[in-house]
Write a protein that binds this ligand. Structure first.
Ligand code: NAG
Length: 322
């Protein structure tokens, strides 16, 4: 299942800390075991193949067996040290910010930007994280239920009603994309959404490709997509800023992620978030939310379709069992 592959790789890229050998000359002779393989390509293709074949755990396990808990590899164009196991995790999460800092491969920042949460450290990280979390507070989330409901009703009407058979996974991608447009960008149905879809698609493909920037490569298409998307987001930010001004300084309810980030009060510099940070974080949230959510929804529907007892429990609104 291709989306699972994407999801796993996104998790790898975004959640599993991968740390680079900055100054690796300085540490010559003290590098962990493992091979850097061919220049640029390194082990990227082999990892991508393992992901496609759903053998990524085996891929890592083989290397852990050969090299131990700490080893080096070359992934997506950059020398990488992989740390595995509880001790390594404890080290990563307890050492101070001077020793290890959040960072993504520069190839990735060309697509997702360098001001996103995955790239920021220390106070900047805290500040942007707080801004994003304000969008996810329970009372704020409640306001989105109505918007999500509108999208789902419309989706069911246009894609499910009257059909004997549907392909759930592509439909869940469509639904997720529409909800992202509504909640993150505040873009309603129409041509603007349609313009966004191919850009969105190219960027996701590029994040998961070998970063070779040649004409027509997936990576190149993703960079072009970002170049087209950023002015669109800047335009949206401008329009939403104007709307906020008209509405007397942020008294309007949080309507979408852009508006919510814009209406964070600028008189408190500990929470202020720049336009550049808004753009890059919107892009990251959009990429990270798409496959993960659509795959989860697909499996959820499969469970409902195959297990009558769970289905009827949900239909009855009896959630004790789950
Ligand atoms: C349905 O789910 C319930 C609860 O998880 C489980 O006990 C039951 O075995 C499942 N039934 C089938 C047919 O998978």
């Amino acid at each position: 299942m291709e989306l699972m592959v994407f999801m796993t790789l996104l998790l790898l890229l975004i959640l599993v800390p991968i740390f680079y050998l900055f100054n690796h000359k300085k540490y010559n002779g003290r590098l962990p075991p493992g091979s850097l393989g061919l220049p640029v390509i390194g082990q990227s293709l082999s990892l991508l193949r393992a992901l496609k074949a759903d053998k990524v755990e085996k891929w890592f396990q083989e290397r852990i067996t050969n090299h131990g808990h700490v080893w080096k590899a070359s992934l997506f164009g950059y020398p990488t040290v992989v740390l595995h196991g509880p001790a390594a995790n404890k080290f990563v999460y307890t050492c101070d910010g001077n020793l290890l800092a959040n960072s993504q491969p520069p190839s990735l920042t060309r697509i997702v930007g360098c001001k996103n949460l995955m790239e920021l450290s220390a106070n900047d990280h805290k500040r942007v994280r707080a801004a994003l979390v304000s969008f996810l507070k329970l009372e704020v989330l409640k306001q989105y239920v109505a918007k999500v409901d509108v999208e789902i009703q419309h989706h069911l009407q246009s894609h499910w009603h009257g059909k004997h058979e549907v392909q759930v996974q592509p439909l869940m991608k469509t639904l997720t994309f529409n909800i992202i447009c509504s909640l993150l960008f505040g873009i309603e149905r129409g041509t603007q959404r349609e313009k966004l879809l191919p850009l969105f698609h190219d960027m996701i493909e590029g994040v998961l490709s070998v970063p070779i920037n040649l004409p027509f490569s997936k990576y190149n298409r993703a960079i072009i997509a970002r170049k087209k998307l950023v002015p669109m987001i800047i335009h949206l930010i401008q329009k939403k800023k104007e709307a906020l001004m008209e509405q007397n300084q942020g008294d309007i309810p949080h309507k979408d992620l852009i508006t919510s980030l814009l209406s964070i009060r600028h008189d408190d510099s500990s929470t202020m978030i720049s336009e550049e940070e808004i753009i890059d974080n919107i892009i990251v949230v959009m990429i990270a939310g798409y496959d993960t959510t659509s795959v989860l929804l697909t499996f959820f529907l499969r469970l409902l379709a195959s297990n009558k007892s769970i289905y009827s429990t949900i239909v009855q609104g009896n959630t004790n069992m789950l």
